[in-house]
Write a protein that binds this ligand. Sequence first.
Ligand code: ADP
Ligand code: ASP
Ligand code: MG
Length: 408
Amino acid sequence: MALIVQKYGGTSVGNIDRIKNVANRVVRTAGQGNKVVVVVSAMSGETDKLIGLAGQLSAAPNEREMDMLLSSGERVTSALTAMAIEALGQKAKSFTGRQAGIITDTVHTKAKIERIAGDRMKQALEQGYVVVLAGFQGVTETEDVTTLGRGGSDLSAVAIASAVNADLCEIYTDVDGVYTTDPNIVPEARKLEKISYEEMLELASLGAKVLQTRSVEFAMKYKVPVVVRSSFNDNPGTLVVEEDKEMENVVVSGIAYDKNQAKITVVNVPDKPGIAAKLFRSIAEANIVVDMIVQNVSSDGKFADISFTVPKTDTRKALEVSEAIAKEMGAERVDRREDISKISVIGVGMRTHSGVASKMFQTLAANNINIVMISTSEIKVSCVIDLKYTELAVRVLHEVFGLAEAAH
Ligand code: ADP
Ligand code: ASP
Ligand code: MG
């Protein structure tokens, strides 16, 4: 007998028939003698719909109220899923984040899980219930509802799997697993049988939304065994595992894209020590995660332009903070661009093989795609380009790195 966590994403619980399909799968797993914790997302489109409603009332809605609002989507599906399971004759009980004892910090809309009490869930499992947890949510020490960032039900699933010491955490979604790139953009993309936590972390943080970045971080840290598979068939899926020797032989294992980045540029800042420190301290204090940073100094060395990228959802806040600092430091102005995307080539094999960056730049150039910013790490190269070339760039890079036919 095993203890299995199964997370079902928005498309998988998108309507009543799909919820019934989920119930069937859960009951089948329980019928094989396993204890099951199910984590559900809101129905597809629901979270966006709620964000839209709030947007009609305010350009910057109160974040505490946002969390009250957004957590309702998952609450609906958790109750419906529990009902659907009971209709098949299997005992099931739904839990909100609060009832499950998921305690987070107080950073509304992107809270971090601090601990999971989980007593009621464990008790329900002991009593033979299937536990159905509303994903994406927790509660602060002072009982305010929080949410865990977009895609946060993945994190709920991995964290619960770790808390109850599950044998496996299955992430059910609308594709068969993790592919060399988004299979909805490149039909030739190849499903990976397995991927290392590290590569998955890069893929996710660089835009492949198949797993939320923080869920991968959590899985890597606590060694939670994760498999990504489809809720619409019984194909084997992709295992997320620790790196092995064989993986290093593959130089590039995936291409990711991220259309949710914005570029902020502080123009003509007097080039003095401490300027970047000041700017990025304020940005960090506003809980904004900065990704790429580029500084260009003018030819006379007196002024600098500092450009950086932030998630589009934080553009407003980042602009406000930058404008205040720019004024203080005597910079000329602050510009922003939202029509950009970031394309990344990822692979643990890059540690030992060279030439990936130059091949990437050449390929983009050959397709007349201008590079706006570049950043690299041990196992990835990323370029910011014009938004409109995203799909083209992904396709040509996927081809030039031979991802469709390479053996993994
Ligand atoms: P869910 O609602 O189940 O959480 P998401 O929409 O968050 O599902 O994530 C699944 C989607 O991720 C797929 O439909 C696919 O378009 C996208 N995706 C992007 N990159 C990849 C990749 N490398 N492998 C698989 N899917 C990817
Ligand atoms: N419903 C939330 C979202 O759309 C969380 C999730 O689906 O994982 O971001
Ligand atoms: Mg998701």
